[in-house]
Each structure stands twice: as structure tokens, then as C-alpha cells.
Ligand binder design. Structure first.
Ligand code: UDP
Ligand code: MG
Length: 313
């Protein structure tokens, strides 16, 4: 179907649902773009679901899904994409930090033949210094590891139907949307947008969730940390050869060292290198275990009724 599906992950966004729904409806109707809005409530506990239901009752182009618990934004995005029926599918936050004007221009760019239109942050809004540095560092590492440019990437994207279909075919459980769409290739266009202030509610991230998110996605995306283990091993090996030769020379010179401190240091260094390495390997093993269990990415507990063509309201 020619038109635009907008996927909106929402976690405890009660106040935002009616605002964004009305804003999108008004704007897309004004632009004469045929559309559907897909709200995915990610296990919200503040009445977000009731708001979504109300919007769906009022407007047959609104579809709502509710997860059985919080599965994370990426899962919500994939659940929404799986429901999307239109030829272009956009993903945007429902806090109005992703401007609706940009969405419209992304749609126009798609009409002119782009397969992925990416929103790139021009100004990161009122993020604090550490957050900005942290995010910058994270994307820098990912960009290097993936050999893809991911800096300033965001989840604000518009994709062609064939891109969506190919992303939905990926079988891994832990999918990092931002990374996967960079990895997928296709004809891309970037659109700069100013990150607006959050219109209501508050950000769902805190420090520990951001750090956990960072690690999860690095592991999901690259095996470079496993090479750190090898490199660490090599460095230890070179050190031990040098130290070995040195000790032997001293021994034959008849002045073997009183090596308590040396032995202690070597033990401690090697011991911690081994533990850290085991930790890295263990983390990957855990992820492999998660993947082989083949559990579903999310569980849907409720869904609004989709009005089929010709059906009376
Ligand atoms: N979100 C979600 N599940 C989560 C956390 C966030 O679906 O576990 C949604 C949230 O409702 C919002 C979007 O993801 O629509 C971005 O979240 P937020 O605004 O908190 O992040 P920030 O803009 O601060 O990066
Ligand atoms: Mg936000």
C-alpha cells in the first residue's frame, strides 16, 4: 500500500500519546500522505495503554500493541515493523524529540527513490556533558568495529518496504536497530535534524541502563573484545619472555634476585588478565546461550482491533 507507517515505541508516555498522535495526524493529513500510526507500549505501567486504546477508538488509522512486560525499545521497534503495512515505514520516538517536519521531508526523499532515510542529530538537545561524551565514545568504538559510520546515528529513520522485510527476516534475538540498519546497506540519504526538547514526561535512561545498553550492543554487534583477550595474552607472553631471560642471566651470574615483589606482581597481573578475559568470554557465552534458546523477541499481551478495508466503525 502506498503510504507511511509510523512506528512509535512508548514506555510510560501517557501524556505524550494524545499529543503526538494528534500532531502526526494533523500534519500527515495536511500533506495528503496516507498513513497509519503504530504505537507499541513497551510494558508501560502508567496508563499509556489506555491512552493508546482511546486514540485507536477515535482514529481507525491508529493501531496499538502492548507488551507483556518491558522488552526494550529495539524489541518495540521490531514489533511495530512487523505490523506495518505501508510501503514506507518510519520509526520515531513519541516524545516529539524527533520533529514531525523532518518526518515529512524524509517521506519526500523516499518518494524520490531513497531506500533508507536516516535522521542524523545536528544538535543533541540538552544532554549533559558526560552523556554526550559517553554516547560519542560508544558510537566511535562501534563505528570503528563495524567499519561503518555510526556517529550521530539515531533511531529516527524511514525505510522502504524491502528494507523492512529484510530486517524482519533476521533471526537473531538481540537486534540493535541502529546498528542493523547501518549494516544492511541500501541506498541511504541522511537528513539532519535538531533534537527538540522532550515535550512531556522524562527520559527513560539512567546511567546503569545506558552502560548496560552499550555493552549489550557492542557484544551483539562485534567480536572485537574477544581479540582483546588474544592481544592481552600476547603482551603477557612477551613480558614473560623478557622477564625469563633476565632472571636466567641473573641466575648464571650467580646473583639470583630476591624476587618476592616480582613474583607477587607477576601473579597479580596475570591473575587479573585471566579473570578479565574469562569475563569477556563469559559475556559472549551468555549471549550465545540467549540466542540458542530461540525465545521470542517480545510477547504481545494486548492489541487494538485493526479495521480492515470497507469495515464500518
Ligand atoms: N522507550 C521504549 N522502551 C524502553 C525505553 C524507552 O519503548 O525501555 C521509548 C520511549 O518511550 C521513547 C523512546 O523509546 O519513545 C526514546 O526514549 P527516551 O526519550 O527515554 O530516550 P532519549 O530520547 O532520552 O534517548
Ligand atoms: Mg527522548
Amino acid at each position: 500500500m502506498k503510504g507511511l507507517s509510523v512506528v512509535l515505541p512508548a514506555y510510560n508516555e501517557r501524556e505524550m500519546i494524545p499529543i503526538i498522535s494528534r500532531e502526526l495526524t494533523r500534519r500527515l493529513e495536511q500533506e495528503k500522505i496516507s498513513y497509519e500510526l503504530i504505537f507499541v507500549s513497551d510494558g508501560s505501567s502508567d496508563g499509556t495503554w489506555e491512552e493508546i486504546e482511546r486514540e485507536a477508538d477515535e482514529n481507525s488509522r491508529v493501531l496499538g500493541l502492548e507488551f507483556s512486560r518491558n522488552f526494550g525499545k529495539d524489541s518495540a521497534i521490531f514489533a511495530g515493523m512487523a505490523q506495518a503495512r505501508m510501503d514506507a515505514v518510519a520509526v520515531m520516538d513519541c516524545d516529539l524529540q524527533h520533529p514531525v517536519d523532518t518526518l515529512v521531508s524524509m517521506y519526500r526523499i523516499w518518494e524520490n527513490g531513497s531506500e533508507i532515510v536516516e535522521g542524523v542529530k545536528a544538535y543533541r538537545g540538552e544532554e549533559n556533558f558526560f552523556y554526550r561524551k559517553g554516547a560519542g565514545w560508544f558510537y566511535h568504538i562501534l563505528s570503528r568495529a563495524l567499519k561503518l559510520d555510526m556517529e550521530d546515528a539515531s533511531d529516527f529513520k524511514l525505510m522502504d518496504r524491502k528494507v523492512v522485510d529484510s530486517l524482519l527476516k533476521m533471526s537473531e534475538r538481540h537486534l540493535f536497530f541502529r546498528g542493523i540498519s547501518a549494516w544492511a546497506g541500501y541506498r541511504k540519504t541522511q537528513v539532519k535534524y535538531e533534537v527538540a526538547e522532550r515535550a512531556a514526561g522524562k527520559s527513560k535512561w539512567n546511567w546503569s541502563s545506558l552502560i548496560a545498553y552499550g555493552f549489550q550492543n557492542i557484544v551483539a554487534f562485534t567480536t572485537v573484545p574477544l581479540q582483546f583477550v588474544t592481544v592481552g595474552g600476547l603482551i603477557c607472553f612477551l613480558g614473560s619472555v623478557a622477564l625469563g631471560i633476565y632472571s636466567l642471566i641473573r641466575y648464571f651470574q650467580g646473583q639470583a634476585v630476591e624476587g618476592y615483589t616480582t613474583i607477587l606482581m607477576v601473579l597479580l597481573i596475570i591473575g587479573s588478565a585471566i579473570m578479565i578475559s574469562l569475563g569477556i568470554i563469559g559475556f559472549y557465552m551468555g549471549k550465545i546461550y540467549d540466542e540458542v534458546r530461540r525465545r521470542p523477541r517480545y510477547l504481545i499481551s494486548r492489541m487494538t482491533h485493526r479495521q480492515e478495508k470497507g469495515e464500518k466503525t
